[in-house]
Design a protein around this ligand. Sequence first.
Ligand code: WQD
Length: 345
Amino acid sequence: MKKARILVTGGTGYIGSHTAVELINAGYPVVIIDNLSNSNRDVLDGIEAITGVRPPFVEGDCTDFDTLKKLFADYPDIKGIINFAASKAVGESVKKPLLYYRNNLNTLINLLDLMAPNGVRGIVFSSSCTVYGEPDQNPVTEATPRKNATSPYGNTKKISEDIICDTVAAGAPFKAILLRYFNPVGAHPSALIGELPNGVPQNLIPYLTQTAMGVRPMLSVFGNDYPTPDGTCIRDFINVVDLAKAHVVAVERLVEDKCLEPVEVFNLGTGRGVSVLELINTFEEATGVKVPHQFAPRREGDITQVWADPTRANTVLGWNADTPLADTMVSAWRWQQRLREKGIM
Ligand code: WQD
């Protein structure tokens, strides 16, 4: 039986492109919309090279209602949405809060407004462990209380979750799944797609691989005086392909009406906390490449430690993040090497 078409907003981005690959591999027709503000069109070449399918692509801004309305008219077989389209740099959000609130919230509200009139059965929302703030204890479960966000970026994730819950509670004829990511890292094993942030990377792994490649002279480790075993922050680094596969399971659950509640929440992590220094050591051992690094002052807004209890996703979704961290580090390095071969970086 023909599978429902899935709309992937932000689908030329890092997690969006990896998810588009897994959706296509699972037999779902996909349509991607992206404004290319933090990605580029040739990601579609990578998706096609991996899957043999070039998904329909609409260059457009999801904050524009009429653009989205036309997309649903052009693709009336869309039955599920995975919403990645959002600005996501924690530091930038502190400097430009209105850009983040306007982009991230208007995008979501437009999508929710268009779902019922177009017969869309469900939406998967790209949320984040940032909604937990600095948890009182780790690992965190979905029942761990959310805390005040430490950045406008994190606040848009919290508010978005509330907007979805309120809309569904008001009787909207669709369901939703909130996926709270921990720290997505790595690249597709083919090295044909990966993380390619514009400008100076904010996140750890792209900065680390660019330093290992010599694009950057030195990786600064922000703080080694935290109350952790080695003094550096602890995170739950999850392989991006494992993360993408969880989205396929989630959207299938929605379009096939398997959800047990109108809104379901899942932590997507490995369940293992890894420190920044441990990550650097894992990279160096797995690739044989040294990463010049130095300790630097703490970064404003960073939390000390957070890692997931992924039991609910493991048992209810039947999904596990089981790629070894060393393999993930190798995938990140192979992607960086591909960027160098292509003369990009
Ligand atoms: C991880 C650790 C840094 C860079 C955020 C969002 C999350 C998600 C991922 C978007 C921290 C340290 C980093 C560097 C460093 N959002 N670090 N030197 O802040 O945990 O999570 O990005 O995808 O929702 O909250 O990720 O990779 O920026 O930092 O020492 O050059 O690495 O201090 O301890 P973060 P990150």
